[in-house]
Design a protein around this ligand. Structure first.
Ligand code: ZN
Length: 285
């Protein structure tokens, strides 16, 4: 298997991630180390430089993407890497510089997610989307776009249940099906997991680790789902902004027009304040 045989879209995504890592390196002096609170620093292995051929190819249109059997010529399906079983989710990121992470849950939703993606693209910023499998079914093109534009997609279960009330088998199915549809539409299995309602238990941590995912919660809850007004959402992000902060917002699950408008207001302000809006790198250890 050579790199040339891999789908071009994966290289588009890697190129974006590499560009982000290069920017982090330029800003922070060294971009190869990252760690999370309470965790040992993890040595980041730079991804190999993409081959010139696939990199130069234009991104596929979503319609063409759907027709193409991704796994037909892609890499063999690897067993999910197992990660440490944690007892609590990560709440923030640490590392050099004024890093912040923006996360959007419960989508994708064709009414709101494209506008969030437009804003992120306008400012050349990468974010995280914790998607629900049942929302992905009719919006696979949005996950392909997230991959093309360098965003990180995490697993937020299939149907957004309260996990703590589910049997182990049902919980596994909620998580595993979502990993599968993310891989199918985004091109990679997710490395991150977030429990609906922030309701975690030991089984959720165990299954997440078995499926190769680290649990990520948040530092600031914008409570945007209560539709408190665009100004209130902007104020919560402004007041909570600090190095390492992870912001929770939603791009689905109700009327999210306030969340869309708030991002347009607070993102340029965070950038003006010197924050580097980034995504946590995958752990290769
Ligand atoms: Zn949620």
């Amino acid at each position: 298997m050579t790199k040339d045989q891999l789908p071009a879209r994966l290289f588009t995504r890697r190129r974006a991630l590499l560009a982000g890592a290069a920017a982090a390196g330029a800003a922070g002096g060294a971009g190869l180390f990252t760690s999370f609170t309470g965790d040992e620093p993890v040595l980041r292995t730079p991804a190999p430089a993409p081959a010139a051929g696939p990199q130069a190819r234009p991104a596929r249109k979503p319609s063409a993407y759907r027709l193409e059997p991704l796994m037909g010529y892609g890499p063999p399906k690897a067993a999910p890497r197992r990660t440490l079983v944690r007892r609590a989710p990560l709440l923030r990121v640490s590392g050099r510089g004024r890093r912040m992470v923006l996360t959007f849950d419960d989508g994708p939703d064709a009414r709101y997610t494209p506008y969030i993606l437009d804003t992120l693209r306008e400012y050349d910023v990468r974010a995280m989307f914790f998607v629900c499998g049942e929302m992905v079914v009719d919006n696979k093109d949005l996950l392909a776009r997230m991959a093309d534009e360098g965003h990180v997609v995490g697993n937020h279960t299939w149907s957004h249940p309260l996990l703590t009330r589910l049997s182990r088998g049902r919980m596994r199915r909620e998580m595993e099906r979502t990993c599968d549809i993310i891989e199918e539409s985004y091109g990679e299995r997710p490395a991150w997991f977030r429990a609906p309602y922030g309701a975690w238990n030991r089984t959720a941590f165990q299954l997440g680790a078995e499926l190769g995912m680290d649990p990520l919660a948040w530092t600031i809850d914008t409570l945007d789902w209560t539709t408190p007004g665009t100004g209130t959402i902007v104020g919560r992000v402004r007041d909570g902004a600090a190095p390492g902060v992870v912001v929770l917002s939603h791009d689905a699950g109700g009327d999210r027009s306030q969340s869309v408008r708030a991002l347009r207001a607070y993102l340029p302000r965070l950038l003006d304040a010197g924050y580097h809006i980034t995504v946590p790198e995958r752990h290769y250890a």
